[in-house]
Design a protein around this ligand. Structure first.
Ligand SMILES: Cc1ncc(COP(=O)(O)O)c(C=O)c1O
Length: 490
């Protein structure tokens, strides 16, 4: 066995299977596999309770209670065999038997599960004070200053909220207050959140059979998918971006002809739920310019992709599209799992909101504990050079995936930047029929081999890689080995 070390301290190469076998043979393999940090947390501090039951009954008991008491529409990972996760460290989650799972799906645990600096910041602050932002406190100022140092200078005013949905909801309200228009341009299959206003503007939700349907003030732009969309080819080819922009312009012009007034265009800087789409060159810039020419403003939803994930391309996803938004919304990674989000906008837009003379208040938004956590996350990204890590490990992942693509015909496309990567599975390289069922099989097979990955996109055939940013190359090698075997067995 190679002595390569994964980011949880476990030796790689068949590690999980081997450890399970050891455990089955009474060699206490799982505990031997734990990193010193995890062991210390578990046994010395006593802050993690090991279940006294076997994990199978733990899963079935919990599931039965959950079905009875928690809204059953609430999604669950791996419905056929859900996981009961007890704790997380770095890029790994662990079940009740201490089985490690490499977490490729959790862009929320941005600086790694239970990062000590983040947990300490939370602990220190909650012992001292937690109250609302109507009182003066320095932490909210420190976070605003830190954010400002990463953003274009015109994005200078923050509103702190608790979730990506709240951030986007407020962004839509800001846009309507500033422009005095109402209508929304959005890209097909995009998801921007779960409030009523956002369910109305998210095709990912409103298009579904039981969804709200398309309201008259929503204008849906074609998904600029250069792999399977109407205009296919190389993303760097400006003709592709231009063709998709022309399609978008046609939709917006039609709206204007119908006397609609565009308040905003909301886009993720790279589409996540829409299938890990990277926009073709020039597309977003043209869309921004045209939206503004119609009196609308441009909102960049960085809830999934912000805070260094795209590597050297930019701290924020919009930077590699050469655009400067009027409003940016930041969520998931900002609190490393703690619910904290923010809307950052321009002085003029914030002023328009103030001019309405309806004061803004948010009970939890900007509280000192959330701010201590967000500050620590931004500091860790810098101190541990996680943006640089995203570039290096992301490139390594892309390179290894492209080699796999040569070997496995089912891999139709590999795309992404930094630690935001999509693997699109197609039955055939010519017809590109989406390999939806096979993608599902791959997700479950990887789960059983200790790798957590999700799939998305309109055909649910795109494997999404967006792990904690502390993931290392050995972790990626482990994933690639498992994926290679899973695809071989398909
Ligand atoms: C792009 C995007 N925007 C907004 C949201 C909503 O964020 P939240 O679930 O924190 O409300 C999500 C959630 O998945 C998202 O993916």
């Amino acid at each position: 066995m190679k002595a390569d070390v994964l980011s949880n301290g476990i030796a790689s190469s068949n590690k999980i299977e081997n450890k399970q076998k050891q455990k089955a043979h009474g060699q206490n393999g799982a505990h031997a596999t734990m990193s010193p940090v995890a062991k210390r947390a578990k046994f010395e501090n006593g802050d993690i309770q090991k279940s006294s039951k076997g994990s199978e009954s733990l899963v079935s008991d919990t599931l039965e209670k959950r079905h009875r008491m928690i809204g059953r529409a609430t999604e669950i990972h791996y419905p056929e065999c859900p996981l009961y996760i007890e704790y997380g460290r770095g890029a790994f989650l662990y079940d009740a038997n201490d089985k490690p799972f490499l977490d490729l799906m959790n862009n929320v645990a941005h600086v790694g599960h239970c990062h000590p600096k983040v947990t300490q910041a939370s602990h220190n602050q909650i012992q001292q004070l937690n109250t609302n932002s109507r009182f003066l406190h320095d932490k909210i100022i420190k976070v605003a200053e830190k954010l400002k140092s990463t953003l274009p200078s015109k994005l200078s005013v923050c509103f702190f909220v608790n979730s990506g949905s709240e951030a986007n909801d407020l962004a839509v309200q800001l846009a309507r207050a500033y422009t005095k228009h109402y209508d929304v341009a959005v890209i097909d299959d995009a998801y921007h959140g779960h409030t009523l206003a956002l369910m109305e503007i998210s095709p990912y939700k409103f298009k579904r059979a039981g969804g709200l349907g398309q309201r008259e003030f929503i204008h849906v732009l074609a998904r600029p998918d250069s792999y399977r969309g109407d205009h296919q080819g190389n993303n760097d080819d400006p003709k592709i971006g231009e063709a998709y922009f022309k399609d978008a312009k046609r939709v917006l012009d039609q709206a204007v002809d119908n006397n609609r007034k565009i308040a905003l265009c909301i886009t993720e800087s790279m589409m996540s739920c829409g299938g890990q789409i990277i926009y073709p060159a020039g597309y977003l810039k043209s869309l921004y310019d045209y939206t503004r020419s119609l009196g609308g403003i441009c909102i960049a939803d960085e809830v999934q992709v912000g805070i260094g994930r795209s590597g050297s391309k930019g701290f924020w996803g919009f930077q590699h599209q050469d655009v400067i938004p009027d409003v940016v919304t930041i969520g998931k990674p900002f609190g490393n799992g703690h619910p904290v989000s923010v809307v950052v906008t321009t002085e003029e837009i914030a002023q328009a909101w103030e001019d309405r003379k309806v004061p803004y208040f948010n009970t939890f938004g900007g509280n000192p504990v959330s701010m201590a956590i967000a500050l620590s996350v931004l500091e860790v990204v810098e101190e541990e050079k996680l943006q640089e890590n995203a570039e290096e490990v992301g490139n390594h992942c892309l390179q290894r995936l492209n080699v796999l693509k040569d070997k496995h015909q089912i891999i139709g496309d590999v795309r992404g930047f930094g630690l935001f990567i999509g693997i699109e599975l197609s039955e055939d390289r010519v017809t590109k029929v989406p390999a939806t069922e096979k993608a599902n099989t791959v997700v479950y097979s990887l789960r059983n081999r200790g790798v957590l990955i999700s799939r998305d996109g309109p055909d649910r055939n795109v494997l999404k890689i967006k792990p904690p940013m502390v993931i290392n190359k050995k972790d990626i090698d482990f994933f690639i080995e498992q994926l290679d075997q899973v695809l071989t067995e398909l």
